[in-house]
Each structure stands twice: as structure tokens, then as C-alpha cells.
Ligand binder design. Structure first.
Ligand SMILES: Cc1ncc(COP(=O)(O)O)c(C=O)c1O
Length: 391
């Protein structure tokens, strides 16, 4: 057989073969596993969105290729309406927005659209791995921006050497953040926009979790910063906002040149999304209500964080995302702690080292627990952790 392209060798090795094997073994043995590992909403897509898909799928015009420039027009119009209502930012649907087949697709392709061999991406660590892996596959280099707890998991932009910043092309940010659960205040985005303007960088903000927030907190958009559209593009997703991960739909908004560049690449790679999905997504943006899911996540968050804190494990309660990012107890690494919880307590968590070297020493616990109706599985997880760990 012929060999695959060398760029695939740039994909870092999968670190958790052993943990995955242990999880499969536990399930095969019929163990009652509580899985805090998966970052995928466990609740179904709201009914009104499913109904909208049904109606849209009956329209013959949705059965053909979406031959528009940047996405089904009612969808892009809904993006513009939603963005204005949610963030008070005007988006020109025709030039400043682009339909994506999920935000992962857009993030990955932005690296391919901008990074040539030797180009630099400024990438946070720990982070969703897509920014780094696609920069590397495109032949680029990664400059790591540590996300440290003492800085609220915001990168220290002033610590980036000027020659690196001048040479770099992309600054990747992700708030609300996976895996740390941190959020960014608008003042940080102001700093980041200024930094990108000073060093001629494109700011890519991954806002996949912008609608997963609690206690009246409303995460800001980087595009709320005056002049941000000169240097920034922001990617949004319907996946976590409306429990639509399987539907594969999201969008990019912001700098028209970056939107158009990404579209040039994409129009040679894909043929957009099933237009009926675009129409259902428009319904979600215009009329969707995911407040019941958010109320459930909040209940689970409070049970988990209050329960673990009562055990003596100091964990921070996130105001957004469905992730709890916690330091492992002394004497453990990320992996050894996750392995112990899986083997002894049948509780699955993700070792932080999977998100980069600065994730070592942490684990990520997700609130999206399949089979949990009202927090009872989370309560049971806390009980089991308390039985097996002394903090
Ligand atoms: C930080 C972050 N960005 C983007 C995505 C991709 O979401 P989607 O491609 O479903 O829009 C995820 C998925 O888990 C994520 O955690």
C-alpha cells in the first residue's frame, strides 16, 4: 500500500489509549460507569428545531446543492439578526458571515487558509487540539501561550516576544474556554484586538460555548470591541447552544477579508450543508430556547462543585461552559488520577495533559452526563469520589 502524506505524521500521538481501553473494559464488564468525560450535550435538540427540519426537508429546493456564495440566505440573515440581538453588533450577512459545517470545520480550515510552511500560530495551552494540530499539518509552527490559573486562564500577551508576534499570522483564543471553563472579560478582548492590530495578526476567537452560561452571565463577543472587525473573526456553533452536535452547523462572522479567504478554500473542499439543516438552524437562532438544558447543567454544576468542595477538593465553579477543571490531588499525575478513578470508582474523567503540557496536573469533568435526569448521577459520582480519594 502507498504511504500516507507525511503531514499526517505531525498529528501528535493519542495519549489515552490505556484510559480508553479501561473504559471499554469497564463497559464490557457491565460496570455502572459514570462518564464525566464526554463534552457533548446529553439532552435532545429542542422540539421546535426538529419540527423546522421536518418542514424544511419537505421543500424541494432544499434537496439540491446550496449554490449560494456563503450559505443559505435565511440562515445568514438569522445569524445577523441573532448577533445584533445577542451582542449588539451589526453583521453584514452578505460579506461578514459564512456558514460552517460545525465550527471545528471552520477552525481547521482557517489554519489551512492562512498557514504556509514556517508560519507561526499563537496557540493557547491547554486547549481544544484543533488549532495546534491543523497548524502543524499545514507545515506551520506553534508558539505556546500558557493558560495559567493565577491569570484566570487568560494568556499573557505581553510575554510573547515582539519578533515572534511580528512574524506570527494567527492568534487563537477560545472563550468561554474548553477545557478550563474560564471566561474572558471584554477588557481582555480589547487588549487582544490592540495586540493583533499592533502586530498585524488575525485574531480567531472560538466562541463555541458562548451560549452555555449561568446565573445571568452573558459571555461577550470579541466583535463588541470597537474596530475588532479590522483584525478578528469569531466562530460560533449551534452544537452546544441548542444541543445540535450531530447536525454539524455553525458560522463564522467578522473581518470580511478573512471570511472571503476561508470561503475560497471551503468552496474547493465542500458543498456546504443540507439546506434544510440551515433552515432549522435559522429557526434555532431566531426562536430557539435552551433554558431548560442550562437549568439542568446549573443544577449538576452546583451538585458537583459543592459536593467536591465539601469533600475538601477545591474546585472552581465555572460561570460558563459545562466543564469543571480541577487540580488533581497530591501524589497523582493527570493520567494516574484518571486511571484510579476509573478503576476504583467507575468514574471517567479526562486527564488534563490531553489538552497540552500546561494541562498536566488537572482533570476535566463534564456536566453532560448521559442518563442523568436531575443530578442524581452526579451526586453518585461525588459519593464514589469521596469513598476513594482523601483530599
Ligand atoms: C472549544 C471547542 N471549539 C469547537 C468545538 C467544535 O464544535 P462543533 O464543530 O460541533 O461546532 C468544540 C467541540 O467540542 C470545542 O470544544
Amino acid at each position: 500500500m502507498i504511504s500516507p502524506a507525511k503531514r499526517l505524521d505531525k498529528i501528535p500521538p493519542y495519549l489515552f489509549k490505556e484510559i480508553s481501553a479501561l473504559k471499554r473494559k469497564a463497559l464490557a464488564e457491565g460496570k455502572d460507569l459514570i462518564d464525566l468525560g464526554i463534552g457533548d450535550p446529553d439532552q435532545p435538540t429542542p422540539n421546535s428545531i426538529i419540527e423546522a427540519l421536518g418542514s424544511a426537508a419537505r421543500l424541494p429546493e432544499t434537496h439540491r446543492y446550496d449554490e449560494t456564495n456563503a450559505g443559505w440566505v435565511p440562515f445568514l440573515d438569522a445569524v445577523s439578526t441573532w448577533f445584533d440581538k445577542r451582542f449588539g453588533v451589526q453583521i453584514d450577512a452578505a460579506t461578514e458571515s459564512l456558514l460552517l459545517i460545525g465550527s471545528k470545520e471552520g477552525l481547521a480550515h482557517l489554519a489551512w487558509a492562512y498557514i504556509d510552511p514556517g508560519d507561526i500560530s499563537l496557540v493557547p495551552d491547554p486547549a481544544y487540539t484543533v488549532y495546534k494540530v491543523n497548524t502543524l499539518m499545514a507545515g506551520g509552527e506553534v508558539y505556546v501561550m500558557p493558560l495559567l490559573e493565577e491569570r484566570g486562564f487568560l494568556p499573557d500577551l505581553s510575554a510573547i516576544p515582539s519578533d515572534v508576534a511580528d512574524k506570527a499570522k494567527l492568534l487563537w483564543l477560545n472563550y468561554p474556554n474548553n477545557p478550563t471553563g474560564a471566561s474572558a472579560p471584554l477588557s481582555f478582548y480589547e487588549e487582544a484586538v490592540y495586540f493583533c492590530r499592533s502586530h498585524n495578526l488575525l485574531l480567531v476567537n472560538d466562541a463555541a460555548y458562548s451560549e452555555v452560561a449561568y446565573d445571568d452571565y452573558q459571555p461577550p463577543s470579541v466583535l463588541q470591541v470597537a474596530g475588532a472587525k479590522d483584525v478578528a473573526i469569531e466562530l460560533h456553533s449551534l452544537s452546544k447552544s441548542f444541543n445540535m452536535t450531530g447536525w454539524r452547523v455553525g458560522f463564522a462572522v467578522g473581518n470580511p477579508e478573512a471570511i472571503s479567504t476561508l470561503n475560497v478554500l471551503k468552496s474547493n473542499l465542500d458543498s456546504k450543508q443540507f439546506p434544510a439543516v440551515s433552515l432549522a438552524a435559522a429557526e434555532a437562532l431566531l426562536h430557539g430556547d435552551n433554558s431548560a438544558t442550562l437549568a439542568l447543567y446549573k443544577r449538576r454544576r452546583d451538585i458537583l462543585c459543592d459536593g467536591l468542595n465539601a469533600l475538601g477538593w477545591k474546585v472552581r465553579k465555572p460561570e460558563s461552559t459545562f466543564y469543571i477543571w480541577a487540580l488533581v490531588p497530591k501524589g497523582y499525575t493527570s493520567v494516574s488520577f484518571a486511571r484510579m478513578l476509573l478503576e476504583d470508582a467507575s468514574v471517567n474523567v479526562i486527564p488534563g495533559s490531553g489538552y497540552g503540557e500546561y494541562g498536566e496536573g488537572y482533570v476535566r469533568m463534564s456536566l453532560t452526563v448521559m442518563g442523568d435526569k436531575n443530578g442524581e448521577r452526579i451526586e453518585e459520582a461525588v459519593r464514589r469520589i469521596g469513598e476513594h480519594v482523601k483530599f
